[in-house]
Design a protein around this ligand. Structure first.
Ligand code: HEC
Ligand code: HEC
Length: 319
């Protein structure tokens, strides 16, 4: 029985009785799930050295190495120059770089970009097809299972539903500024070229920022505010935190104005509308924001689309 109707029924007996009934109703009944208190400050993800020496441990370790050496391990699925840890720095543990700690406890979840409730495996495939400009990794493959085993490992003791820092990806920029690509180019030449190169193609362990081997237009990093957040908190690699918010937006505007792989099916994102302002391509009710002049076509476009599960409330596109 709802507290309010119980309370109303006992009102005549006075405030004390109401309080007692309300307190009794607030007690969790047997079988009622409650969210365990989670002390994030006291929690730390387990490390590579904590991986157990058994079959599950072998899978977890393989998952970790797939994150670190993605194109070398999965050349058919990630043929470009990006690895998962190019963005999810420090093996997915770094708080300012879209941390993957706790991810196992956050899915399935509703993603406005998909207009659907998606699984963690689908979410991995979004990054493979968009952030790595690769091909869908079969769900149920050894490799996908290993990646998920690693995520479960670094989510140990995080309760389902816990609201952790980083649960929404990159930290939202307090000032949502507008970047100036010309100023960004000048800053790039003094601050970033040494590692990411004049042509943005990177070098060895340095990932590409643009060109055919970089992230696609459908990646979150292609949004000016998302890229500005990553740059502001994590770059330059040797001195993170030294750029102003405006410089980070300028750099993001310059980097995201450069050619990069296309993302097939991107026009179907945000099927209910409501795309963030800085999405660089057209979606329902949304005009492209500063689209790069050139997009590199994908070799196997059909393999770059993660099919959305149908909505439980009807057809795809029904919230
Ligand atoms: C170009 C950068 C980039 C690369 C490379 C990348 N990701 Fe991501 N990923 C992101 C960003 C950014 C987010 C968060 C979205 C946001 O902030 O809007 C994210 C989110 C995720 C999430 C969702 C986390 C959560 O709890 O919501 C998972 C899982 C994930 N990535 C897995 C991977 C895997 C696995 C790889 C490698 C196959 C990978 N990512 C490669 C940028 C990247
Ligand atoms: C000392 C070398 C170095 C410098 C300087 C540097 N980066 Fe990076 N950058 C890296 C490395 C290495 C990574 C991959 C992440 C990792 O391994 O921790 C990276 C990753 C990135 C990424 C995400 C991955 C990708 O390829 O898109 C962006 C965006 C980025 N850097 C932008 C910049 C910008 C903008 C500057 C200049 C302000 C800059 N970086 C300066 C080394 C550097």
């Amino acid at each position: 029985m709802p507290v309010s109707s119980v309370a109303r029924g006992h009102w005549v007996f006075g405030v004390v009785a109401v309080a007692a009934v309300a307190a009794a109703c607030a007690e969790p009944r047997e079988g009622t799930p409650t969210l365990a208190a989670f002390d994030e400050a006291a929690w730390a993800p387990p490390r590579e050295a904590d991986i157990p020496a058994d079959s599950l441990g072998a899978s977890i370790k393989r998952g970790l190495y797939l994150l670190r050496f993605t194109p070398e391990s999965l050349p058919a699925y990630a043929p470009g120059g990006m690895r998962c840890t190019s963005c999810h720095q420090e093996d997915g543990l770094k708080a300012t770089a879209a941390p993957l700690t706790g991810s196992h406890s956050r899915f399935p979840k509703y993603m406005p970009r998909s207009g659907a409730v998606v699984t963690l495996a689908d979410r991995v495939n979004y990054c493979i097809t968009r952030s790595l400009a690769g091909s869908v990794l079969p769900v149920g493959s050894r490799e996908m299972t290993d990646i998920l085993a690693y995520f479960a490992f670094i989510s140990r003791d995080v309760p389902v539903g816990a609201k952790m820092a980083g649960a929404n990806g990159l930290i939202a920029m307090k000032d949502t500024l507008v970047g100036d690509a010309a100023r960004g180019k000048a800053k790039y030449e003094t601050t970033c070229v040494v590692c990411h190169q004049v042509d943005g193609a990177g070098n060895g362990a340095i990932p590409p920022l643009w060109g055919p081997r970089s992230y696609s237009i459908g990646a979150s990093m292609s949004r000016e505010e998302r890229a500005a957040s990553f740059i502001s908190h994590n770059m330059p690699q040797t001195a993170p935190g030294t750029l102003t918010a405006q410089e980070s937006f300028d750099l993001a505007a310059y980097v995201n104005s450069q050619p990069r792989p296309d993302s097939p099916g991107k026009e179907n994102d945000w099927p209910m509308g409501g795309a963030p302002k800085d999405v660089p391509y057209a979606t329902k009710g949304h005009e492209p924001y500063r689209a790069p002049a050139t997009l590199v076509p994908r070799a196997r476009p059909a393999d770059a689309i993660v099919p959305n599960p149908r909505s439980a409330r009807g057809d795809k596109g029904t919230k």
